[in-house]
Design a protein around this ligand. Sequence first.
Ligand SMILES: [Fe+2]
Length: 323
Amino acid sequence: MTVKIFDTPNVQDFIKTVAGFDQTGGNDRAKKIVHRLVGDLFKLIDDFDVTEEEYWAAVNLLNALGSQTQFGLLSPGLGFDHFLDMRQDAIDAEAKRVGGTPRTIEGPLYVAGAPEAEGFARMDDEETEGETMWLTGQVRDVDGTPIAGAKVEIWHANDKGGYSFFDPSQSEYNLRRTIYTDSKGYYTARSIIPSGYGVPEGAPTDVVLKSLGRHGERPAHIHYFVSAPGHQHLTTQINLAGDPYTFDDFAFATREELVIPAERIDDATEINKRDLDGPFSHVVFDVELSPTDALDLQARHARPRAKENEQDLASQLAGTAKV
Ligand SMILES: [Fe+2]
């Protein structure tokens, strides 16, 4: 088929009408974005001779994604989350905000309001199966100065790849804690080694990835928000070394500097020192925060998150959150 109608005045005028250009109401930015989006998709349909069958199959897939709240999975799978990180990195570089631990994607599974602790927290509810993990590190300035009282929020999956709140079989806030660093900038958590996880087999996101010849697996990883007054808020995660998907993450969250080994320790002195009952895996992740005076850079950006409301963010922005 060689029919190409995109560049005709008729179609060009039609896209403007669709985007509300001839209407006085509405939002100018929305109009411009929809004009570009619809125009690009019309052109795609023209260029690829998209059939009616293909078009309606795509609509059906979008409905399935929405009804199963899977856009939050498809988004990292298609690289949008990582692309936004790449843009933030470029914005930082342009503003000469360099140094510090690299950011990487937040993912859709943070839950606000986890229990808080000073210096040390146990993250598992003691009923959770899995290999004991001793997770620790120091939060520092880019000059190497320890930051006392930094807020370290940590969340990760259990050994079956499930997150509390989203996985109803787990207790409230299991494997989620907020730890404020001690006077030397250290945080320490006792928890269990998480498992990686995959997009559910046959789910709409899986259908999209399979059509691209891709898998939907993530390596074992641990999420972090780290913040302190006078420093840029950091959203990041570590991927445990040695997982088959460490460097093949469907969500593109892996960064070389964020791959951390879990070292197996079975020395009795080390076990006793931590008051543990057997061998454990030692994971050390030090964090460096870059300095900034800008309050809006000191708090995480707004987005819909479980149990988080506008007031929480407002208090962060005002610097009134506990430090
Ligand atoms: Fe995750």
